[in-house]
Design a protein around this ligand. Structure first.
Ligand SMILES: [Zn+2]
Length: 159
């Protein structure tokens, strides 16, 4: 994959994961559920598009890294994040470790390191501490400026 913005919905389809955009409770960004071996990602259609894209990628991360491939559910709320095992659905637990992993997976998927460097070079190696640069690059990758800032910090670009 060497095109940005990364088409996360097409990627999900390649992995046989359905992605649906629906009206959800305002505090829910999206969720992943696996039922009888079939995975579906449902995204809150009322959140900003960049947020929706990140949530799709985040849920794909849960699928790849964490989900039971037969029955499972992951619900992502704006503030608190829960993973509920399907068999004891009442037992909601916050699992910060898994959330971090899913976020990292999403960041790597949406902002591949080589594409990020190529883009910065193509833009003439601009000053990355400049808000305008962050704005332009975030637009190219169709991610939020916040997500880009975190990714670039993780890559050590702000040293
Ligand atoms: Zn999550």
């Amino acid at each position: 994959m060497d095109a940005v913005p990364v088409d996360v919905v097409t990627l999900a389809k390649k992995w046989f994961i359905d992605v649906r955009f629906e009206k959800l409770e305002p505090n829910v960004s999206g969720f992943l559920f696996v039922k009888s071996g079939k995975a579906t990602v449902v995204i809150n259609q009322e959140q900003p598009v960049v947020r929706q894209r990140f949530t799709v990628a985040h849920e794909l991360g849960h699928y790849v890294l964490h989900a039971d491939k037969e029955e499972d559910i992951f619900i992502d709320e704006k503030i608190s994040i829960y993973h509920r095992a399907n068999r004891n659905g009442s037992n909601a637990v916050i699992d910060a470790g898994r959330e971090k992993e899913a976020n990292r997976f999403a960041a790597e998927l949406l902002m591949p390191k080589n594409m990020l460097f190529k883009t910065l070079i193509r833009l003439g190696e601009p000053d990355i501490s400049d808000d305008l640069t962050i704005y332009r690059v975030a637009n190219i990758f169709a991610v939020s400026e916040q997500a880009l800032n975190i990714r670039m910090t993780d890559l050590g670009l702000f040293l």
